[in-house]
Design a protein around this ligand. Structure first.
Ligand code: AMP
Ligand code: TRP
Length: 345
């Protein structure tokens, strides 16, 4: 199905749990911020996805606020972007039932995220929640209810977006055209920012090493320390490279490239006179410190005013409901459910 709009519509989601880090910022959030205005953005804090693994209720509630504050601090403009919390829009959870019934089980068993996350929980069939398996179904609902043209995500989400497209095609085939097939937008640069302590592992919220990630609330000193300790190699060549042993230097240069918005050649020219990796780390740290500081400061201001934060999230939820609810009614109608007039907008 095609929808003609004056601006492209973008949908993306982010988990509220764990503190956001430089990988989330460079790989995802910054692209959303830069696309605002030009595109119609929907950004969803996916708290329903968070409970696919065990969560402490109080911590979950707090982390949704922290996630929202961080996205706003990083530049999401609530006027330009519909920023909302997934559980505030009932159509997501409700829609998941209908989508569960249409999505083949075999598709879900192929998902690498399910394999990884269930293995991390010991692979125990009697303790892993079913929601972990159906996670990508809920993600497909998130996306398809909004008929977005594009879904900007990091590389790890490619398989889930592909599944959402397949689910959309299946619905369209079984019940008549009703969903736009969304395109995954994977940034060419920065889709995989690696851990500073281990450049072979993607920077991740769930890897807790002290010097693994630069958190967006880290102090200047913490940022400097993490980058100064970054694992590199025994050589001294500062170059972009795909070779595994150069992964540390490549990661530092990629971060530099993104923080400065320079071309690869300009970056290399900046380090032509560098004396070893110490210089590289020092300059990368300077840019990261300068880039993260205003985000951190704004974040703490926003966290001081929870009433305002909740007000902004309610505005976002109302805008999201206005799109998602009629869409879900349409889906239900096509699938054979009577939709009472009282439920129509
Ligand atoms: P998550 O933290 O897994 O909910 O991810 C939120 C967004 O950030 C998704 O679009 C991810 O693909 C992206 N992301 C997470 N970690 C990284 C990373 N190390 N490098 C680049 N993008 C990332
Ligand atoms: N699964 C995504 C992640 O872990 C988060 C997510 C949930 C999402 N729903 C989405 C991303 C819809 C894009 C579109 O990063």
């Amino acid at each position: 199905m095609q929808v003609h709009r004056s601006r492209k519509r973008v949908f993306s989601g982010i988990q509220p749990t764990g503190d956001l880090h430089l990988g989330n910022y460079l790989g995802a959030i910054r692209h959303w911020v830069r696309g605002q205005g030009e595109k119609e953005n929907f950004i969803c804090i996916v708290d329903l996805h968070a409970i696919t693994v065990p969560q402490d209720p109080e911590e979950l509630r707090a982390s949704v606020r922290r996630g929202a504050a961080m996205l706003l601090a990083a530049g999401i403009d609530p006027e330009e972007t519909t920023l909302f919390v997934q559980s505030h829009v009932r159509a997501h959870a409700e829609g998941a039932w209908f989508f569960n019934c249409v999505t083949p089980l075999g598709w879900l068993h192929k998902m690498t995220q399910f394999k990884d996350k269930s293995a991390r929980q010991g692979g125990k069939q009697d303790s892993i929640g079913t929601g972990l398996l159906t996670y990508p179904v809920l993600q497909a609902v998130d996306i398809l209810l909004y008929d977005p043209d594009e879904v900007p995500v990091g590389e790890d989400q490619k398989q889930h977006i592909e599944l959402a497209r397949n689910v959309a095609a299946r619905f369209n085939h079984q019940f008549g055209e009703m969903f736009v097939l969304p395109e995954a937008r994977i940034a060419e640069v920065g889709a995989r920012i690696m851990g500073f302590d281990d450049p072979t592992a993607k920077m991740s919220k769930s890897i807790g090493g002290r010097y693994h990630a630069v958190g967006l609330t880290d102090s200047d000193q913490e940022i400097e320390k993490t980058i100064k300790r970054a694992v590199t190699d025994s050589g001294n060549e500062i170059a972009f490279s795909d070779e595994p042993e150069k992964a540390g230097v490549n990661n530092l240069l990629t971060v530099y490239r993104m923080m400065t918005d320079k071309s690869p050649d300009e970056c290399l020219a900046d380090f032509a006179d560098a004396r070893g990796y110490g210089d590289l780390k020092k300059r990368v740290a300077e840019f990261v410190v300068e880039g993260v500081r205003p985000i951190r400061e704004r974040y703490f201001e926003l966290m001081d005013d929870p009433v305002e934060l909740d007000r902004l999230l309610e505005i976002g939820a109302a805008r999201a409901r206005a799109v998602a609810e009629p869409k879900l009614l349409h889906v239900k109608e096509r699938m054979g459910f009577a939709v009472p007039d009282a439920l129509r907008g």
